[in-house]
Every structure is written in structure tokens, then in C-alpha cells.
Design a protein around this ligand. Structure first.
Ligand code: OAD
Length: 250
């Protein structure tokens, strides 16, 4: 694959790179994306039946079971070449911040050290009532489990539709989008606000936005560079092209 020389220069000269990611980055690890017809996670369900506080109040058993199914799916998966190449950027650029909508923790597993999880993390639980983090109480037969502190229902530590993003994560994501020299937007349909506004915000602050996705998205119109293809192929290729002297895996 041939890349625009301006893009390669920009990467080599960057002091801080932001990498904004969505479900497409984990697709090649075997985790279904949300919106792809047939295979997408929402294909057989309506999001508002499963991923809202109202749904949890109405039918906590089904919501908890759905997240258990997703955890089982994620337990088996490993970071793919896209996650690993994003982590390897840290050996080439002074500051790299990953801003992810994914809840699977795969950027951490790949070795990225500065990861902002905008939609939380599926491996963390907290109490729906008192919001204390923590493990379920001993009576694990309850579905969902009960909070050890107040007896409330334990819920998955992800952001649901209709909930605010964690304020510290959001403020930091906005700050990074404003200041990073380069802003990658990888594997997201960018339909869910407010996260979806970050690429446009970065562009409006004069940052170089690079879009990587096999499909067209709303961001193609203003991204400086649009790279069409799978993240697991394009991101490692881009690193090899920009830093040919650096050995693989480093
Ligand atoms: P989507 O399922 O909406 O979009 C996935 C994107 O990844 C699409 O644009 C695909 O074309 C692209 N894609 C698929 N395979 C790819 C690959 N191998 N490499 C690169 N891109 C690929 O997922 P998100 O945009 O992450 O929110 O969805 C954002 C949020 O909506 C999620 O965090 C979730 C969801 O509803 C909540 O749960 C609150």
C-alpha cells in the first residue's frame, strides 16, 4: 500500500498522537461490531432493550445475562495487529493517547499505556444503587449479583444509552483532541454522541485527522486522509512505511 508522503512526514514529526477507536478495531479479534447487518451485536436486539438504565430496572436478569454472554465472548479474544501497532506507536512518538469507545480492554492488553475509556470497561462492575465499585457479594446465586455494601443490584461498568460519559474521561478526551498533532479515527461508524463529535472537534482545532475504515463514514468529508481498509492491515503498514528503520514488534 502506498501512503501520501505528507502523511508519513506528519507522523514522523508528531509530538502527540491521539487514536480514537471504535468496535472496528476489535472486529479482527473476533468481537462483532454493533451495527453490521446480520452479525452486529445489535442485530437481534434493540439497544434500548438491553443497554439502558430503564432496561436494567425493567429486566435486570436479561440485561445481566446479555453482558455475561458478551464477557464470555471477550474472555477468549486477543489483541490483533491493529491494537499491537497502536501500542507500538509509543516507541516512535513521545506521547500517544488512545481514546476508545470499546469496553473490551484490548488496548490495555496490547500494551497501550494511556487509554481513555469513554464508554467504561465491561470487566468492571459497580452498584446500580450506591455506585460503589466492587465484586459481587457472596450470594453469587443472585442474578444480577448484589452489592456487598448496600445490597443493591450490581451492574456492568459500561456507559449505557441515556447516561453521561464519565466526566474526567470526557474532559481529557476533549483536551487531547484539541492539542494532539495527529488524530486517528479508526473503526467507528461515529454515530453515537458525544464521542462521535471528537474527530470534527480535532479537525476544527487544526489537527490532522486520519480516517481508517473499510466503509465510508460521516467523517470522510473532512478528514485530511482517508485510508480505506481493515485496521489490522493498514495500521501496521503505516508504521512500517513511516518508520522503516524500526524493527517489527518494537
Ligand atoms: P459500529 O458497529 O457502529 O461501527 C463499527 C465500524 O467499524 C463501522 O464503520 C465498520 O465499517 C468499521 N469496521 C468494521 N471492520 C473493521 C476493520 N477490520 N477495521 C476497521 N474498521 C472496521 O461501532 P462503534 O462506532 O464503535 O455504545 O459504535 C459506537 C458506540 O455505539 C459503541 O461504543 C456502543 C454502540 O452502540 C454504547 O454501547 C453506549
Amino acid at each position: 500500500m502506498r501512503f501520501d508522503p505528507d502523511l508519513l512526514d506528519k507522523l514522523r514529526g508528531a509530538h502527540h498522537i491521539a487514536v480514537f477507536t471504535g468496535a472496528g478495531v476489535s472486529a479482527e479479534s473476533g468481537i462483532p461490531t454493533f451495527r453490521e447487518a446480520q452479525t452486529g451485536l445489535w442485530a437481534n436486539f434493540r439497544a434500548e432493550d438491553l443497554a439502558t438504565p430503564e432496561a436494567f430496572r425493567r429486566d435486570p436478569f436479561t440485561v445481566w445475562k446479555w453482558y455475561e454472554w458478551r464477557r464470555d465472548l471477550m474472555r477468549e479474544v486477543r489483541p490483533n495487529p491493529a491494537h499491537l501497532a497502536i501500542a507500538a506507536l509509543e516507541q516512535r512518538v513521545p506521547h500517544v493517547t488512545v481514546i476508545t469507545q470499546n469496553v473490551d480492554g484490548l488496548h490495555h492488553s496490547a500494551g497501550s499505556t494511556d487509554v481513555i475509556e469513554l464508554h467504561g470497561n465491561i470487566w468492571n462492575n459497580f452498584c446500580f444503587h450506591c455506585r460503589q465499585p466492587g465484586e459481587p457479594a457472596a450470594s453469587a446465586s443472585d442474578v444480577p449479583p448484589r452489592c456487598a455494601h448496600c445490597g443493591g443490584m450490581v451492574r456492568p461498568g459500561v456507559v449505557w444509552f441515556g447516561e453521561s460519559l464519565p466526566a474526567p474521561a470526557w474532559h481529557r478526551a476533549a483536551e487531547v483532541s484539541e492539542h494532539a498533532d495527529v488524530f486517528f479515527c479508526i473503526g467507528t461508524s461515529s454515530l453515537v454522541e458525544p464521542a462521535a463529535s471528537l474527530p470534527r472537534y480535532a479537525q476544527s482545532c487544526g489537527r490532522t485527522v486520519i480516517q481508517i475504515n473499510p466503509e465510508a463514514t460521516l467523517h470522510d468529508g473532512f478528514a485530511r486522509h482517508v485510508l480505506r481498509g481493515k485496521a489490522g492491515h493498514i495500521v501496521p503498514e503505516l508504521l512500517r512505511a513511516a518508520w522503516p528503520e524500526q524493527r517489527e514488534g518494537a
